[in-house]
Design a protein around this ligand. Sequence first.
Ligand code: OOG
Ligand code: NI
Length: 296
Amino acid sequence: MLNNVLQGLMSRYQERVPDVSAILQAMVTAGIIRQAGDIENDHIAFRTMGVPQLGVQSLEKIFLHYGYAKKDAYRFTEKKLNAWWYAPPSPKYPRIFISELRISDLSQRAQDIITSYTNEVKTDPVDALNLDDTQQVDTFLHSGLWRTPTLADYQALAAESEYAAWVIYNRYYLNHFTISVHNLPEGYNTVAGFNNFLESKGFVLNDAGGKIKTSPDGLLLQSSTVAKMMEATFAGGETHRIAGSYVEFAERKVLPQYAALPPEQVLREHRREGFEAGNADKIFESTYASQTKKSS
Ligand code: OOG
Ligand code: NI
């Protein structure tokens, strides 16, 4: 079941984000991997609006049903976000990172705009799903949830929270998937090395806080592409270029207590787990205008 849902998410994401196929193709051409299926997906991420009938408490039910376990919480004061990560039922599946906007921390005007859309969803929509029916779940994850926003509302939200604007248009579309680099061949198995490869092929990286985001323990390194701008159709047929989704790269170093393990015996459980608020804070900006202006 989980396989079906993940495949549905990945196929829509790959259609929408040209960098995904372009990066996978560049990796095959360079001989880094034999085929796209060789990629280890470190994690996928969703964004949502923190209103009572939606938000993390709603979306997470889908993945808890498929065996994911809720782990640590993260707070982003300035961006007005909360997030949690979820450990998969088996290491062959990606971790999941879900964030939500703390609506009540926004101005009354922004709250009114957001709730004018989210109030169309009267009750928690996940409660109405048969979670064992993956077709139903797939359709739900790619459904509108609320009416198509107006460009004026999108822009008013963007002025206050770029995250809010992203969610009002993109809903539950996958925000990113993440290529694990630590098991790739020598030269590509660090974020630094992989970033060099990406830039040599013309991919544009998010440089908020530096291109490599490093956790204080030095064991989790991350980077990401800048989201490509895509033509979006708003209410009344108005069109405008807005940020879509992006691709992330993660290097999880072996924990100090397993440093003596021979490389071929190193498994996911021997590496740094979880996420890092300081890294995440900057990765969110992959869809923000300060970064996307470099990709459009
Ligand atoms: C998520 C940003 C954080 C990570 O791995 O820390 C993140 C987002 O942009 O929605 O992906
Ligand atoms: Ni991420």
